[in-house]
Design a protein around this ligand. Structure first.
Ligand SMILES: NC(=O)c1ccc[n+]([C@@H]2O[C@H](COP(=O)([O-])OP(=O)(O)OC[C@H]3O[C@@H](n4cnc5c(N)ncnc54)[C@H](OP(=O)(O)O)[C@@H]3O)[C@@H](O)[C@H]2O)c1
Length: 291
């Protein structure tokens, strides 16, 4: 039995689908208000709970062989990115779990001071490494599925909003490829007790993204390039009312200011370990848009 947290999210939903396609038993940890009927329909066992509640994590972990932590945190990194994962790891030990897969983030080890999600991920990575459990820590760069709403908007308007440096490099990974890597991590020998950066097969400049959109729809993109101080202004203004959102914007700013890409060697290593070729952003978008 696999326990998957974040089972209704971009990564988690695809992980549950793939596990069910492979006829594995899955317990999907979902919130009551989440959209989980598809997962139920596919034969996942639905566990309704809240990762803010320790007792829910304890109950959900009973009798599982594998844990895949794929939940996000909105703006509460301390409770969800940190505490909930520490509790999941403790429960994995208590229940003799065979393998724990943790979705971290590319750059978790760079010491970004103003990015609570990155700090929480690094602390959890360390805790998991010291836990004595078998683990795989995956550090993805951006996900292609995040771009689906943007490409739909582009289809209608031809507009693309780009905040910050348009020359920053990124290696966005197909969310479907990532789901496959997550699921295979529990069986592939080369993934055991590894920290793996996960990116797509090409290093893109951020301005390449609207160009790819333009190619798909044969439409010249209109790029609205907003400077970073817009975020800084927003961060200061929101901080007056809600310090938690202000901190969350710190993570967002870190994502916008820095480069998140994998080297060619890292990608070759990943393809070697998991024995398949990663798909490009354009390929992913064309599949989903059926164009
Ligand atoms: N997206 C990216 O580009 C990216 C890049 C690198 C790493 N990551 C990491 O990958 C992981 C998954 O990302 P994602 O983009 O797939 O996430 P996502 O689409 O934002 O989904 C987040 C998931 O977490 C669940 N969740 C949030 N709070 C919860 C709570 N209190 N109790 C139970 N479930 C809760 C959500 O449930 P609901 O459906 O109820 O909201 C949802 O299923 C995250 O840890 C993220 O940091 C993401």
């Amino acid at each position: 039995m696999f326990l998957v947290t974040g089972a209704t999210g971009g990564i988690g939903r695809r992980v549950v689908r793939l596990l069910r396609q492979r006829e594995q038993s899955v317990r999907a940890f979902v919130r009551l208000n989440s959209r989980y009927s598809e997962l139920e329909h596919r034969g996942a066992e639905i566990f309704i709970g809240d990762l803010l509640e320790e007792k829910d994590i304890q109950k959900a972990s009973q009798g599982v062989q594998y844990i895949i932590s794929a939940h996000g945190s909105d703006s509460d990194a301390l409770s969800l990115d940190y505490r909930a994962n520490i509790e999941l790891i403790d429960q994995a030990k208590a229940n003799g779990v065979e393998h724990f897969v943790f979705i971290s983030v590319l750059g978790a080890d760079r010491g970004y001071e103003d990015a609570p999600v990155f700090k929480a991920k690094r602390a959890v990575e360390r805790y998991l490494q010291a836990s004595g459990l078998n683990y795989t820590i995956l550090r993805p760069s951006g996900l292609t599925s995040n771009l689906l709403p943007l490409v739909e908007r582009f289809r209608e308007t031809g507009l693309y909003l780009l905040i910050g440096d348009r020359k920053n490099r990124t290696s966005i990974v197909s969310t479907d490829d990532l789901a496959k890597i997550v699921v295979d991590s529990v069986t592939v020998e080369g993934a055991r007790n590894q920290i793996l950066p996960v990116g797509g097969p090409e290093i893109l400049l951020r301005e390449d993204i609207p160009r790819i959109f333009g190619r798909i729809f044969t439409k010249e993109p209109v790029i609205i390039n907003s400077p970073l101080f817009v975020i800084d202004g927003l961060q200061s203004a929101l901080g007056l009312f809600n310090p938690q959102i202000q901190k969350a914007l710190g993570t967002y700013r870190t994502l916008l200011t820095n480069e998140f890409f994998c080297t060619k060697d890292e990608i070759a290593n990943l393809e070697g370990i998991f024995n398949f070729q990663l798909e490009t952003l354009e390929n992913f978008l064309r599949r989903y848009l059926a164009v």
